[in-house]
Design a protein around this ligand. Structure first.
Ligand SMILES: Nc1ncnc2c1ncn2[C@@H]1O[C@H](COP(=O)(O)OP(=O)(O)OP(=O)(O)O)[C@@H](O)[C@H]1O
Ligand SMILES: [Mg+2]
Length: 328
């Protein structure tokens, strides 16, 4: 489907991030946009979770809600042991420093009037850094993201390339010594030649700084390569949670299979949905289909799918699928 449930949450008590029943809705004229509907996530230390889905399925809304920017309509977000929902502003700023977000468009994420050294230092007041210590700290961070401090520290964003701007954004996040990094389509606005460099940098950064990462994208190949586990979203709901290793052959949900058929290297035989996918317009998040939200495009849909929302079920170890009609 596109269904709900928490069966995929692991019992580990050492979680970097726990999200339960996240709902994000936007009141608009004519109704309510159901951007994220009952999403649950757990992230272990040093793990990367990919979130994959088509444009408009709620990936960025979910990422921003984790950051409490703005807070979700309902649901719980726990960073380590700290429940973020409902914290007072000062406590929220301190707790949130441990979770940083890298945006899709690095140029607009940076204040055009500020110099690189000030952009990287933006959050540092919390730690009370000043003087030479701070200058050295910033130079070290710039070096660690592959920028030469002597060249870039006094430049403003318009004097940098898109890839350099994204490196500055990564340095700025690292300045806060985060535990969790949320990357929202961090390479999709970059030149293809620079995408691989920034992806490699994120991977190296995750290892060097012991980060846990949520990596949001609509590009299956990118998400698969960088993630340990992948969560597939459709219209605000979860379809499947699957280990990335071999997912092109193991995917079970018809929507995951549909996404995989768009990857040239995926095995077509295993990946093709078992029937023609209905070519219908994407349903509106203002009025999502009843039951399984994917049913209007699903080759396997039955009456049960309209009546009953499928819950995530474990089909194979570590692989959870919300669909009434697939078997392992
Ligand atoms: N502030 C808002 N007010 C009203 N609707 C919104 C708002 N922000 C997002 N939406 C709607 O919520 C849905 C999910 O949007 P979101 O940006 O989270 O999708 P996405 O998966 O990140 O898409 P993309 O891949 O294009 O970035 C969309 O239908 C979008 O139009
Ligand atoms: Mg988005």
């Amino acid at each position: 489907m596109a269904g709900s449930g928490t069966a995929h949450l692991r019992s580990d008590d050492q979680r970097a991030l726990t999200v339960e029943n996240l709902v994000v809705e936007f009141p608009v004229s004519g109704g309510t946009v159901h951007a994220v509907s009952d999403l649950s996530i757990d992230l272990l230390p040093r793990e990367t979770l990919g979130i994959l889905g088509e444009s408009g399925c709620g990936k960025s809304s979910a990422g921003r809600a984790l950051m409490q920017l703005p807070s979700p309509t309902s649901g719980n977000v726990r960073l380590g042991d700290v429940e973020l929902t409902g914290l007072k502003p000062k406590a929220m700023r301190e707790a949130r420093a441990k979770m940083q977000m890298i945006m899709q468009d690095p140029v607009s994420a940076l204040n055009p009037r500020r110099k690189v050294k000030d952009l990287v230092a933006e959050g540092l007041e919390i730690w009370g850094f000043s003087g030479e210590d701070r200058a050295k700290f910033i130079d070290d961070l710039l070096r660690s993201v592959g920028l030469d401090p002597d060249v870039v520290r006094d430049r403003r964003p318009h004097e940098l390339s898109g890839g350099q701007c994204q490196r500055v954004c990564i340095a700025r996040s690292l300045a806060m010594d985060p535990d969790v990094l949320i990357c929202d389509e961090p390479v999709s606005s970059l030149d293809v030649s620079v995408q691989a460099q920034v992806l490699n940098l994120l991977e190296e950064t995750r290892e060097r700084y012991d980060l846990s990462m949520i990596f949001i994208a609509h590009d299956v190949a990118v998400v698969k390569n960088i993630s340990d586990r992948v969560m597939v979203m459709y219209l605000g709901k979860t379809c499947e949670v699957i280990p990335s290793d071999g997912m092109e052959n193991k995917a079970l949900h018809p929507y995951t299979k549909l996404l995989l058929t768009s990857v040239p290297s995926a095995s077509d035989a295993a990946a093709a949905p078992s029937g023609p996918v209905k070519a219908v317009e994407l349903p509106s998040p203002l009025n999502p289909p009843s039951g399984c939200r994917f049913r209007t495009r699903c080759p396997l849909a039955t009456e049960q799918c309209a009546a009953e929302e499928p819950q995530l079920r474990e089909m194979r170890p570590g692989q959870f699928v919300a669909c009434h009609n697939v078997e392992a």
